[in-house]
Design a protein around this ligand. Sequence first.
Ligand code: 26M
Length: 815
Amino acid sequence: DTQPSENRAGTSAKDLEISFRNHMTHTVGRPLENSSILDQYHALAAVVRDRMMDQWLETIENYKQHNVRVLGYLSAEYLLGPHLENALLNLDLRPQMEEALKNVGLDLATIAAEEPEPGLGNGGLGRLAACFMDSLSTLDVPVLGYGLRYEFGIFRQEIVDGWQVEKSDKWLQYGNPWEIGASTSYEVCFFGHTETYNDDQGLLRHRWVPEHTVKGIPYDTPIPGYQTRTVNRLRLWKAAAVDSFDLSIFNSGDYMGAVRQKMESETISKVLYPPDEQIQGKRLRLMQQYFFTSCSLQDMLRLHCMRGEKLSTFHEKWTIQLNDTHPSIGIPELMRLLMDNHNFSWDDAWNVTQKTFGYTNHTLLPEALERWPLDLFGGLLPRHLEIIYEINERFLDDMRSRYPNDDARMRRMSIIGEEGERSVQMAKLAVIGSKAINGVAELHTQLLEQDTLHDYYETFPERFSNKTNGVTPRRWLMLSNPCLVDLINETIGTRWHKDLYGLRGLEHFADDKNFLARWRQAQEGCKSSLAKYISQNLSITVDPASMFDVHVKRIHEYKRQHLKALHILSLYCQIKNGTLKNPTPTTYLFGGKAAPSYVMAKLMIKLVCSVADLVNNDPATRDVMKVVFLPNYSVSLGQHIYPAADLSEQISTAGKEASGTGCMKMMMNGAVTIGTLDGANIEIRKECGEENFFLFGLTAPQIADTLHAGYQPRAYYERSPLLKEVMDGITSGRFFGGNSATFAPLVDNLLSWDPFFVLADFDSYDTVHTQVSDAYRDTNAWGRMSLLNTARSGKFSSDRTIREYCRDIWKLPVG
Ligand code: 26M
């Protein structure tokens, strides 16, 4: 045999080529000459995965040996995005891999484009979890990420005649080379009733007699850190029928019935829920939450015992972070496991539980706070409801002694909401059961403390803190913007790769005209590439020299994509009637998904697409403005869009966007922000300097005052001729070929109610946009702003965020 022997950990181009050929034969089972790109992707993924396995085993062995404290990160969503190129970057394999593939006549980028992206999240919250996993590994922090292995992730969005159409996301259909099945499994129970009994010692005990049991099977994904040997584990649970089903088939003879029950067990991890307008009260959603949380807790308890530790020290060896309230059922579940299964007293169990959990809140919108109707909750999880009642009683007893004769306060602080249908309010449970509670940006934390969670903040101020979000510069700068990164490395070296504050070194070049020209050149490369994508996929021609004005994020009224659509229409009117003589050529880019049942959000997409049809086809405007709605906004599309952004639109109603993280990705890539004083915008403006940020709109207190004084949106319409012309143009059908019916609900909503103050902020937005357009024409001044945005984006690395969590909440050392 003349075949050179294979080294599965080898990292030279030759090693990689040999492994690739081997995997093509032995893993994929195809001759290289006849392989499809998908085959090549699977062989390549196997090659890369091999390079992580030694380090992965080493990492876990190392945690065991040193009996280290570990973080359990619980999240219902992980919006990971494609693995391949990220793993190559973090493992430092990219150049050799490109060479190895070239030697067999293949192109890395082409193959990488075949990877279906694991879209196991809806938006910001899920993507934050993914950025955190990257930073945790990069900083050598011991973590086990836990979540759900949805068979169908976020739907694929198509746009048909301007309307969103949802298609199912079959991301697993050709197999997932990045996951490793594990042999452990756990059982999770539902329904039934509770009873009391006397144990051997005659003590009164509680137990749950459930009616239904499912099995949780773990699938592990390695998470490699950047330039470190740490490879952490993301463990996602799949639901399956318990084995006893097979026995019942045999005994009952009802084969079809038993198979149906098997399928019903599997529905628990079938599909990711979108954050619907009507999110409350979906039983399957609660089943998902309990399912993955219980599996994860059982897993941590088992690992704890395997280390020879007693359960009374659980909180010393583990800290568990709840990514929003979705896993907050973990609080009564840990109580139940400790009391009912391990004989803990209430006080001992509470001591461990309350010292274990931390809770991150991600929203202030009251309609998005989770509440479960009591009958639904008690029917599914009767023992947990009992435990929650007791947590609540003990807590309210304590509060009554602190605040005597304050019934209103007791009602406000009770976990059980009495208004309307009685319900379990999960945010309150999470606050009461946690040692630490945090918001995700300074303003958001202030609003939590002063408003949403004020009663609790007043009582335990020391438990509250802010942890401003961040994003991983590996994926969002190094991976997505290689041209800019080459320029940065050449200019200030590579120290910034592991400490993003190092980008400050770029400030020295802010007035260097030659450097700014190269900066601009790199950005134009990204813009041309996106322009090519748009022309190939949407048949719209956009000018890479025009200003790229980008608004990408979930579609929601509070994020106000319609404010931007109205503004584009106002420019259209001004160009048509000759009042705007010399507009700055601009390409307006939108992208984002609407929840399938969110009618107004879907109408907002239709509005954007209709505006696009109008201005892209009118000879008076089409050479100076283009409007593009990019379908199926996702992590991989984001990687293509952010580097091409000149202007970042962050225009939510002040006080509504908890943080926002897209704003950070664009800032890092050199986009200048136009934004309200909301979420992380405030901190972005503070970091980059007021003169490098375009501010508009009412502040959060002004919004509150306006509402209090009786907001009359119609008054703004009457007062602003420009706004009036736009609204009337929609209503009359003038813009849209005589169609006046489609957008009537949107226009009526804005004129009579306008819950997100679109009309109140319209004039201010228009004024500041005029300043933006003027500023963009001064190439050097704009380049300076752009450069300073990148140079001052260090704070928004998720490495900084994770360091703060480790120091203040998790009490974990960082590497
Ligand atoms: C709830 C019930 C049923 C189905 C879905 C949901 C649900 C899922 C996700 C509700 C909310 C969800 O996410 C909230 C979210 O993404 N919040 C965002 O979190 C980001 C990270 O902290 C912030 O940057 C954003 O401002 C915030 O909107």
